[in-house]
Design a protein around this ligand. Sequence first.
Ligand SMILES: *Cc1c(COP(=O)(O)O)cnc(C)c1O
Length: 395
Amino acid sequence: MIYADNAATTKTCSAAQQAMLDGMERFWGNPSSLHSPGQQANQALQTAREAVARAIGAQTGEIYFTSGGSEADNQAITSAARIGARRGKKHLITTAIEHHAVLHTMDQLAKEGFEVTLIPVDESGIVKASDVAAAIREDTALVSVMYANNEIGTIQPVAEIGALCRERGVPFHTDAVQAVGHLPIDVKEQNIDMLSLSGHKFHGPRGVGALYVRRGTPLLTLIHGGAQERGFRAGTENLPAILGMAAALDDAVAHMAENDAYVASLRDALIEKLSHIPHAALNGDRTRRLPGNVSFCFEGIEGESLLLLLDGKGVAASSGSACTSGSLDPSHVLLAIGRPHEVAHGSLRLTLDRDNTMDEVDAIAKATAEVVGYLRDMSPVWKALQRGERQYVIQ
Ligand SMILES: *Cc1c(COP(=O)(O)O)cnc(C)c1O
């Protein structure tokens, strides 16, 4: 099987697996216990915290471990909203292309009386910093803009947005789940107040992540109980997962430049090959995109059937749309970049990583061309397009 769905999850690397075993065999104590096994576990926990902090240019005391990217997003946003509301600030800003962990948290806050502004993106999927600046009001409690998009791979001007938020005194959160371990990040230089990350997107385990909160940025607790994470996130720490995440991140950061160059070369080759399929269009920006992201729309077909047939040919991919979760709504991200419904349905997301090879890229391109051709031969929409009874949207 060729695995080309690394934006959904990555395979745990051997460094992560080893660290997790250590977490179970050597550091099984409760980090809150005062005896030696507890203190050894606590020491390992702090070393992991240092590694995560180092990877994004933060201080150790600014890292809070969570159960993953979703929890980190929920805590950052809900916390900033409630703190803002205490001072009469009930306006939140985010973008139309966020992950559902952000969008659905915003929806919930809207039900609780907050006003949410969704910044649109241009047709390449980039948020304009000037649009963010224009949306900021006296009563804005938070700006949340994702670092890199999970569907179309676009990288946002985070440093620019961070700088203008800092100037206007508005807290800035970024969902960097797709970026950490893949792109160089420096939360200080980029004026980031809060950042979410998740272990399983950079070859660490799932069910573990972290929230960075800049010193001086207030934070509220969502999970109440013991005093773990300095009182901001109760629950006995999932030490094996935390150690696995830290080891994976160390490994990813140490090899980032070479991995990125290699993965981007695979990505560019795959984009080039898929561009030869007629009436196909790349989604997202050609250059400001994650090294491993390839996202296309193919006119006249259904992404879901494309996926199933690709799976049959040994390629694990994603439609990048909500179809996979049982809903037939096309992806909100593809709609936000202006793809019409019928075209957004024919989407394919292939996300590559350091474990993929150029031979695999060739095989993916070949299988995709075959499957697209096969589905089009059976598609009434495609036939109508070919007969000229309908207009092509993608030329
Ligand atoms: C995967 C993902 C999340 C959710 O992270 P989990 O650890 O799976 O909860 C949030 N945001 C983005 C952009 C993601 O890709």
